[in-house]
Design a protein around this ligand. Structure first.
Ligand code: NDP
Length: 281
């Protein structure tokens, strides 16, 4: 039998060396006196099945997986959590008994971050984007009782696929607006989210949005975490919206992962500080 000095969790990724998540998760382990390690492993798509079997055989308590493995990992697992099953994507695997169960913490992290400002139950949301992040957010908002979601997306095909999923699987009041020119946010909207990659490493990048349609008291949130304060967040804060940054989503994903793996409630401030240090922000 293998004699482990530490409980192991990890990250199965491709091309993601130096992942700041490692620093954030290990800071939580150290702060809470857990003799756990989180290690980053590069795995090519052809080796994914062998890597998952290896992690199971070696007693890993779980792992994160990033692109390109989020969908292809599913056939190698023993089951899926509720939101991962709805969205058909896994970014966090948790050992429960002798089973490896796939979860998705992207949307859960976003939701936790959003809940510091508002409870989405019964609210109306405008969500820009229909890619992986937007899909995870929309599903988790739906499961949390959001009343209405308007997806605003450039590609009609991707947008209608997401709207179809929200309607069919979650019976949600969802509609698609194909994004063409400045979008005007309806006055009845409670939360406006940038779920696209617009603004990533591009502080000047502008979301095509009529800023005058943003009303004081609306909540705005960005998935983009670099820069931490995007132009969308600055512009909306200037209109007296409550602006929530994408770093909160990233930290909360880490928190949910640590909760899943270890059962403890890690200190959010410690994890955010470690992430900011690793990212140099
Ligand atoms: P995808 O490639 O799956 O989706 C990208 C989305 O952005 C699509 O909806 C795409 O529209 C839209 N988009 C991109 N460029 C433009 C443009 N110029 N004009 C209009 N729409 C555009 O990416 P992900 O969903 O995986 O990631 C999106 C962002 O979320 C990234 O910046 C990523 O870093 C961030 N992210 C943040 C996390 C966090 O914890 N804070 C976690 C996960 C992701 P179309 O369908 O028309 O192509």
């Amino acid at each position: 039998m293998a004699d482990f000095l530490h409980e192991l969790v990890g990250s199965i990724s491709q091309g993601a060396s130096g992942n700041p998540t490692v620093a954030m998760i290990e800071a939580a382990f150290a702060h809470h006196g857990l003799h756990w390690r989180y290690i980053n492993m590069e795995v090519i798509p052809e080796d994914l099945g062998a890597a998952v079997r290896g992690a199971k055989a070696m007693g890993f308590r779980g792992f994160n997986c990033s692109l390109p493995h989020k969908v292809t990992v599913i056939p190698h697992l023993d089951g899926l959590g509720e939101s991962a099953a709805v969205m058909g994507a896994v970014n966090c695997v948790v050992r429960r008994g002798n089973k490896l169960i796939g979860e998705n913490t992207d949307g859960k992290g976003f939701l936790k971050s959003l809940q510091t400002a508002i409870d989405p139950r019964g609210k109306s949301v405008v969500l820009f984007g229909a890619g992986g992040a937007a899909r995870a957010i929309a599903v988790e908002l739906g499961l949390a009782g959001t009343k209405r979601i308007t997806i605003v997306n450039r590609s009609e095909a991707r947008g209608s696929e997401l709207v179809g999923l929200l309607r069919d699987k979650l019976k949600l009041d969802a509609e698609l607006v194909v994004w063409n020119g400045d979008f005007s946010v309806p006055a009845s909207t409670d939360v406006v989210i940038n779920g696209t990659s617009i603004g990533l490493y591009a502080p000047e990048a502008r979301l095509a949005l009529d800023l005058d349609s943003l009303k004081p008291g609306m909540i705005t949130a960005d998935v983009v975490f670099s820069p931490v304060r995007t132009r969308f967040l600055d512009d909306s804060a200037a209109r007296r919206c409550t602006a929530i940054d994408g770093l909160g989503m990233l930290v909360n994903q880490g928190i949910v992962g640590v909760q899943f793996w270890t059962g403890i409630n890690p200190d959010a401030a410690v994890m955010r500080a470690a992430l900011e240090k690793a990212m140099g922000v």
